[in-house]
Design a protein around this ligand. Structure first.
Ligand SMILES: Nc1nc2c(c(=O)[nH]1)N(C=O)[C@@H](CNc1ccc(C(=O)N[C@@H](CCC(=O)O)C(=O)O)cc1)CN2
Ligand SMILES: Nc1nc2c(ncn2[C@@H]2O[C@H](COP(=O)(O)OP(=O)(O)OP(=O)(O)O)[C@@H](O)[C@H]2O)c(=O)[nH]1
Ligand SMILES: [Mg+2]
Length: 434
């Protein structure tokens, strides 16, 4: 029998109110045992909750949402209790002591919603992104996906492909009864149109993935330029080790920033120099690699010892550091800062926000927000491209197989092909209680 799952769905730690959720066939029994019976469906009721020995745990608002009209599609109960650690622990302990009830795994409530047909996989990913969203732009994109934007596009594609496939299969099963060139024409026309739509969706993919993950801004420069000092100043905490010894930072260090509503990942790197030290050399190689794929490289070099950046095919902002060390305006830079006095830091933050905006804004809202979506749509485009290019010499079976493989890619995208390993990877990333 399906296990009934329980978890704290609100944030961990002390809070005014905490929400504990329960989903599965044992919900009715649990409500009878601890809340004196199930309240009227979908109506909040104030109840005394009792532990196994009959002792009172809390007075709480209780909700009963009978399946299938619930978030998971199963019977669901919610306990809105006082958010103290001992209250939550007593309630969870009492619930999980009831036969058939266990703690939920990360994302398991949402996984059940998908398995019961309440959401497709892309909408579930949208919910995960909504929980993770740190900026308004990320929230909007996640909400759109959770509302089924990609799901609707995918199911429209699937319906058209299935229709075209049915025509070709009729031809394979009953050769000579139909006019083959006419059937082929329908299949190639459908494939040609859908390739266009899939490619339009893919065109926004880079932006969609960027918005989800944030613009990538890499701090690079010679050793001792003040890179880690700047990272700490912008992050407003001591993330990276700072010292007067050149070659202090070896690995890349990332922090997430909200730049005027635009999410960004700021990456500190090892100082660039020729080195005999094999570990430092790996750090230098990593620094160059990150810089090469950044949306912006902030090239730092000391005002009293300016250095030129290597050739990079990405936008560059040249910043002179340690402005406090020289009197005359620094050379060969776009702006100058001093972590000591704070001079120039506000201007720099504005420039970073501009760069993040340039990397993330523009165009329509993206349908594709993850590499996983991109992979499946690219696979679709390859198969549809072959069908679109088919001619009289192409065997009908080949075109049909390509249409089938395109449909399969859509199935992997939306989760309608039941593929456990895809589910496991995706739902592992959720929080517990979601
Ligand atoms: N207290 C609480 N707040 C919450 C949730 C929750 O589970 N509990 N949610 C959870 O993530 C989100 C809201 N999402 C929800 C989505 C569907 C249903 C639901 O009951 N759907 C039924 C009935 C729909 C209807 O009445 O219109 C259904 O789909 O059949 C509930 C919550 C955010 N806020
Ligand atoms: N006077 C002055 N010193 C600074 C300033 N910023 C950083 N420093 C000092 O410069 C030294 C190097 O700073 P780091 O931030 O560790 O330099 P880095 O670029 O990360 O160096 P590596 O990790 O070795 O590549 C430290 O002693 C800092 O205190 C500044 O604005 N003014
Ligand atoms: Mg450093």
């Amino acid at each position: 029998m399906t296990a009934t799952i329980a978890a704290l769905s609100s944030g961990a730690g002390k809070a005014g109110v905490a929400v504990v959720r329960l989903s599965g066939p044992a919900v009715g029994a649990a409500l009878r045992q601890i809340a004196g019976g199930a309240p009227t469906p979908r109506m909040a009721a104030l109840r005394r909750l009792r532990g196994a020995a009959g002792e009172e745990i809390d007075r709480a608002l209780v909700l009963f949402l009978p399946g299938p009209a619930s978030f998971t599609g199963e019977d669901v109960a919610e306990f809105h209790v006082h958010g103290g650690r001992a209250v939550i622990a007593a309630l969870i302990d009492t619930l999980t002591a009831i036969p058939g009830i266990r703690l939920a795994e990360p994302g398991e409530f949402t996984r059940r919603a998908v398995e019961n047909g309440k959401l497709d996989l892309t909408a579930a990913e949208g919910i995960a992104d909504l929980v993770e969203a740190e900026t308004a732009g990320q929230r909007r994109q996640a909400l759109r996906q959770a509302g089924g934007a990609l799901e609707r596009a995918a199911s429209a594609w699937r319906a058209e492909l299935t229709r075209a496939l049915a025509l070709l299969e009729a031809e394979i099963d009953f050769p000579d009864e139909e006019d083959v060139p006419a059937l082929f024409a329908v299949a190639t026309a459908t494939a040609t149109r859908l390739v266009g739509e899939v490619e339009a969706a893919l065109a926004g993919a880079a932006r969609g993935e960027r918005l989800r993950e944030g613009a990538r801004i890499v701090i690079a420069g010679p050793p001792n330029a003040g890179k880690s000092t700047l990272l700490n100043a912008l992050a407003r905490r001591d993330v990276a080790i700072v010292s007067a010894i050149p070659g202090t930072t070896r690995d890349t260090i990332e922090v997430h920033l909200d730049l005027d509503g635009y999410p960004a990942t700021l990456i500190d790197t090892a100082g660039l120099r020729q080195t005999e030290d094999p570990v430092e050399a790996i750090g230098v190689a990593r620094a160059l690699d990150r810089a090469g794929s950044a949306d912006l490289v902030v090239w730092l070099s000391p005002a009293d010892a300016p250095a030129d950046p290597p050739d990079l095919a990405v936008p560059l902002l040249r910043v002179a550091t340690k402005r406090d060390r020289i009197d005359s305006p620094p050379q060969r830079c776009d702006l100058a800062i001093s972590a000591l006095t704070g001079a120039g830091l506000e201007t720099l933050t504005d420039r970073l926000a501009q760069a993040a905006r340039a990397a993330l804004e523009g165009g329509e809202a993206a349908l594709v927000t993850r590499a996983r979506h991109r992979r499946e749509l690219e696979a679709m485009a390859v198969h549809l491209g072959r069908v679109a290019a088919a001619d009289a010499a192409t065997p009908v079976e080949f075109a049909a197989e390509d249409l089938r493989l395109a449909v399969r890619a859509i199935g992997r995208l939306t989760g309608s092909v039941d593929i456990d390993e895809i589910y496991d990877v995706i739902f592992r990333q959720f929080c517990i209680g979601k």
